[in-house]
Structures are given as structure tokens and as C-alpha cells.
Design a protein around this ligand. Structure first.
Ligand SMILES: Nc1ncnc2c1ncn2[C@@H]1O[C@H](COP(=O)(O)OP(=O)(O)O)[C@@H](O)[C@H]1O
Ligand SMILES: [Mg+2]
Length: 328
């Protein structure tokens, strides 16, 4: 944790702000402060990520700027007096920080409305299309497979310690899916992506969307980003009804190859299964079964849907193949 004084000094010395009020917005990974002056509202984001480095932070800022130049909205960066795009706060290490405009009236996307499921799909498809053309350097933060392996280790320890034998099947599910993922990985398209388009990070604004969190923007797989969107906005929300609208529309803007579609048949389910509320919060077998039933129902719908999509797109197979991206 960084104390408040260096933050106040930074806003005074590097941004020339004389009077301001600070309010902690309690970010998950970063330190996020709302900064209110007499005339403006800003957000100061200080990275607390231990893996953050100059080249990573700069690669993220460059990507955000690139997206802004292609009309993909995010809060405008306020430059410090130095004219750079970001500053650092020094405690025992460099903490990278940037100041942004504060955005009022943010609404979460509501994909239970079919029109919005389509609208959001169009936005994500366009975001992927633009990101696909991004040629600047980008770096892995973590790849999804190492992240899943880390989660698997945690899960194994948790099942042992909590003695909840009924959760043991999750370990098998996770292991199986990791090995399936590994096999598909060489054929998955990847580029610099945001990798965290969850609720709380992306909002509706007027007739558009704005993402506000990019602290894990890095090389990522297109299909993995979609897998997480399916998990958060459809499976976890019991909103499978409109997933076909989302997928149809997304694929019109950004066609995935057959391997990428295959990943979508199981990874969203795997992510949903091993979210905290499926094992840490399910204190009884009954609660777990209840959660599991919803996931299994979603799984059936998902498999069927992807099969439909794959058949209807099979005559475009040539597009899929030419779409497979190069290894970095
Ligand atoms: N520019 C902004 N305008 C308005 N609210 C913001 C802005 N940036 C962050 N917030 C608020 O702060 C919360 C946490 O910010 P976020 O960048 O997502 O942090 P974390 O990386 O820790 O998740 C957001 O969910 C949002 O409510
Ligand atoms: Mg966030």
C-alpha cells in the first residue's frame, strides 16, 4: 500500500493541481482515486501490480491510445506537466500511474435485452478487428493456461483443506480442460487485447461503450476473451437465451476459426465452474449441486449453439483458415 502523501504530492507537483478532494474507489488490483477539483473530476490509477514494468505499462498506454484513435472509447488521459502520458510514484519500487477523466453516468451492459446482446457483440467484434491490426509490441502477462494451472493448484489445496469431497470433480474438469486447451492453443488467434471485459470494467455510455480498466491488457487470445464474456454475461447471469444473437453478430464482424469455436464449447463452462462462488461459497453438497445444475444446463445450450454456428459457417471455412494468426 502506498501512503496518501506521495499521491497528494504527485497531483500537486506533476499535475499542477492546487486544491482537490481524494476519494478511494477501492479497485481490486490497483489503487483508484477519484480526484475532485473545483472544476473537474479525474481518476488517478496507481498500479500495484508486482509484475508491472515500464515496457508493460507503456505497451498498455500505447494500445489504449491506439484504440482511442480508432474510436474505441476509454477515459481520456490527462498528461502531467512533463508532457508524458504517465508518471511514477516511488516507494521501494516504481509505481506506474496515470490520470484520467472521470466518467459520470456509467451503466453496465444489459445483455438480457436481445438488441443489446447484438450491439455488444458488434462492439466486441469491432474491437477485435481493430486490435487484430495492432502492430506494436505486446507482451504476455500470463497466458490463460498458466493462469488455469495456478487456479488448479489452489483448487486442489482448497478441496483438501476444506474436506469438501464433492468438489473433487472440479479438479478433474479443470485438468481435462487445461489439456484440451493446450492442444488447441497453436491454432488460436492472438494479439494485444484487454483480457478483462467484465462488468465493472466496461460500461454503456449514450449509444456506445466505454472500457475503463486495462490493467491486464496484454497479448491474449480472441477466443479466450469471448469465452470469458460468455461466462460473465451469459452463464453466470442465466442469460443463455440471447447468446445465439451475441455469437451470430460477433462472428459477422470477426469470424473465428473452427478451433477457436471448439474452445468456446468448453472453456466458458470451465471458467464458470471454478469461479469462487462455485467452490468457496458452496458450503454444502446441495448448494454445489444447485449451482452445477445451472452450469450443466448452460453447457448443453452452449455446445448445441456452437455446433449450429459451425455448420452455418462451414462454407466460409477458407476465411477461418486465412484468419489463423501468426505466432508471436
Ligand atoms: N474513469 C473513471 N470514471 C468513473 N469511474 C471510474 C473510472 N475509473 C474507475 N472507476 C470506478 O472505479 C472502479 C474500479 O476501477 P478499475 O479501473 O476497474 O479498478 P481495478 O483494476 O482495481 O478493477 C470501477 O469499477 C468504476 O466504478
Ligand atoms: Mg476493474
Amino acid at each position: 500500500m502506498i501512503s496518501i502523501n506521495p499521491i497528494k504530492q504527485l497531483l500537486k507537483n506533476e499535475y499542477g493541481l492546487d486544491w482537490f478532494k481524494l476519494e478511494n474507489l477501492h479497485g481490486h488490483t490497483d489503487m483508484i482515486y477519484k480526484v475532485t477539483t473545483h472544476r473537474h473530476k479525474y481518476v488517478l490509477k496507481v498500479s500495484l501490480n508486482r509484475k508491472m514494468s515500464k515496457r508493460r505499462f507503456e505497451s498498455q498506454i500505447n494500445y489504449i491510445q491506439y484504440l482511442q484513435n480508432h474510436d474505441i472509447l476509454s477515459p481520456k488521459i490527462i498528461k502531467p506537466c512533463t508532457g508524458n502520458l504517465y508518471t511514477t510514484i516511488k516507494d521501494y519500487r516504481n509505481r506506474y500511474s496515470a490520470l484520467f477523466e472521470y466518467i459520470d453516468n456509467l451503466y453496465s451492459p444489459n445483455l438480457s435485452k436481445p438488441s443489446e446482446a447484438r450491439e455488444y457483440a458488434k462492439y466486441i467484434g469491432n474491437l477485435h478487428k481493430i486490435s487484430h491490426k495492432y502492430n506494436n509490441k505486446h507482451y504476455w502477462y500470463y497466458d490463460p493456461i498458466s493462469e488455469e494451472t495456478r487456479k488448479l493448484k489452489y483448487l486442489e489445496k482448497f478441496v483438501k483443506k476444506s474436506k469438501r469431497k464433492y468438489l473433487a470433480k472440479l479438479i478433474k474438469i479443470k485438468k481435462d480442460n487445461i489439456s484440451r486447451y493446450k492442444k488447441l492453443r497453436p491454432k488460436l488467434g492472438k494479439t494485444m487485447l484487454l483480457n478483462d471485459l467484465s462488468e465493472g470494467n466496461i460500461f454503456k455510455i449514450n449509444n456506445n461503450y466505454i472500457f475503463i480498466d486495462w490493467n491486464i491488457a496484454a497479448t491474449g487470445y480472441f477466443a479466450d476473451e469471448i469465452a470469458w464474456i460468455i461466462t460473465w454475461f451469459f452463464i453466470k447471469k442465466n442469460n443463455m437465451k440471447h447468446l445465439s444473437k451475441f455469437l451470430d453478430e460477433y462472428l459477422k464482424h470477426f469470424p473465428l476459426n473452427s478451433i477457436e469455436l471448439e474452445l468456446l464449447t468448453f472453456m466458458p463452462i470451465s471458467y464458470a465452474y471454478t469461479m469462487w462462488d462455485n467452490f468457496e461459497e458452496c458450503k454444502t453438497k446441495e448448494l454445489f449441486r444447485e449451482q452445477e445444475k445451472k452450469i450443466l444446463d448452460s453447457s448443453k445450450i452452449l455446445e448445441q449453439l456452437i455446433r449450429q454456428v459451425s455448420t452455418s459457417l462451414s462454407h466460409h471455412r477458407a476465411t477461418y483458415i486465412s484468419h489463423s494468426h501468426d505466432e508471436q
